[in-house]
Ligand binder design. Sequence first.
Ligand code: SAM
Length: 524
Amino acid sequence: MSAKKKQKSKSGSKRPPKRSSRRSGKPEPVSREGVEQSLHSQRNGEIRLPDEELTILCDAIVARHENVLRLRRDAIDSVGERLGDETPPDPVPWYPLAIHPPENIARPSRSIDYASGEYYLQDAGSLLALAAAEADTDQLRGKLICDLCAAPGGKASALLEAIDEPYRPGPDIPPRGFLLANEPIRSRVAPLAYNLARTGSDQYAVTSENPEALADKFPELFDFVLVDAPCSGQAMMARGKQSPSAVQASHIALNADRQNRILTAAERLLRPGGTIVYSTCTFAIDENEGQVRFMIEQLGLNASPMQRLEPFLTELSDCPAPDALRCSYRLWPHRNPCAGSFAARLSKPVSTSNDPIDGDVSDHDDPENDRDRIDASWRRSTTSRSRDDAMVPRDAVEQLPFLIRVDDERYRFVLRDWIIEGNPPDAPDWVSEPCVFGPEVAHRTGTTWKPSHAAALRRTSAIADVECIEVDDETALKYLAGETIPATEQTGWLVVRHRGRPLGWIKSDGRIGKNHLARFARLD
Ligand SMILES: C[S@@+](CC[C@H](N)C(=O)[O-])C[C@H]1O[C@@H](n2cnc3c(N)ncnc32)[C@H](O)[C@@H]1O
């Protein structure tokens, strides 16, 4: 589409939603009555939309919106350069680190930049929660974060980039941030781990626990908790991910009950003074502002409004908890160029019954105090370790020389059956807990140890000793399609890099590099 053709609508959207072109044909129309009912809650208030607007909303709910490119924080300049002057980036208004797909990236999910993690593709609506988390600023640097409902990792990977700084050995290093990404459904953990690895960071661990169990293990540990809750998913209907039952009252009530439980656990995970961001991809009041009311009235959290999100403040009327309206934000598919979403930001009061100081502590606390507190909590060791976190098997080191522990300060390996995980030296002690999975470095098939895909993607100095081969565009595309590539200079395991960015492994015999790119990372 040429710049001229782009129509700017009243709402500021340059891209009117397209009708879905799902393989199954036209999406089923959404029940207008159902949508209207979910915007009227007897308990929590209502959002009054004129008849005509309601019709437009129902159409927009089943219209497909293009994903946007959330750029890697350190890739803004390089991607901008490649886009050239012809295609100036078109940023998402509520999250400027993301841009609408430019003309000269024909298939954003098939580019080398995508494969090398220069950007993540997601609906612009899901960026509202990241804006509420300030993931596009430096406010999260050094923080201890839990993403409680994390798979497949769209938001977790942005949080990870926001907390991390490259590891530099030395005496006066400020603590880096650390992310615990939790996903209770086991089958969703692998894509989550993959998306975290794509960031190149190693400042994370993964758990697969129910929120209540996690809160029992790590009470009041985290500075920030994201609850991107499972919900009725009304905004996902255009993607065929939800059935029309998403607007049924019984379905909404079931989800609201589950959200209450998850939020209760989330509050327990949060340290006093910490921040929580709650988000959904649905329009139902009981799953949105109703949950914010629950957090304020039942869990004792405080609204933590954000000036930058004021244009998106909810328009709920007759809400019995006015405070809930100060920190609740909505995007609508007929007003904003996205599928729609909800996000709210709250904080846990610092005061306890023994502490006379009252009031919420915002994200702009004294960072030095924060660091002391983080230091203390990170050293907190819970139960005894049951895994062998001292020994990397000798055969693994023989087969994968990069596993040699040059310096204990640089790496902490954990052996878990046939997998070796590698935690950075400044990871919290609790990464050695049996329920916590660290970034994978190598795995064994039979008697053979192989380097893991995540290890190739690391951009930290800890695995800097790995040998690399730099390739051009053409070779990179061949490699990403699963083909062998020439590799005459070196032998053994090599990381393939394009413009200095890691893509995956090959094993070279001094002539040909056999392709060991994980199947799920291929562009075929
Ligand atoms: C909306 S999705 C999260 C999307 C993710 N934050 C992202 O940006 O990619 C909600 C996730 O919550 C998980 N979930 C389901 N039941 C849960 C529960 N009881 N507690 C926590 N998470 C749950 C789902 O499996 C799903 O992966």
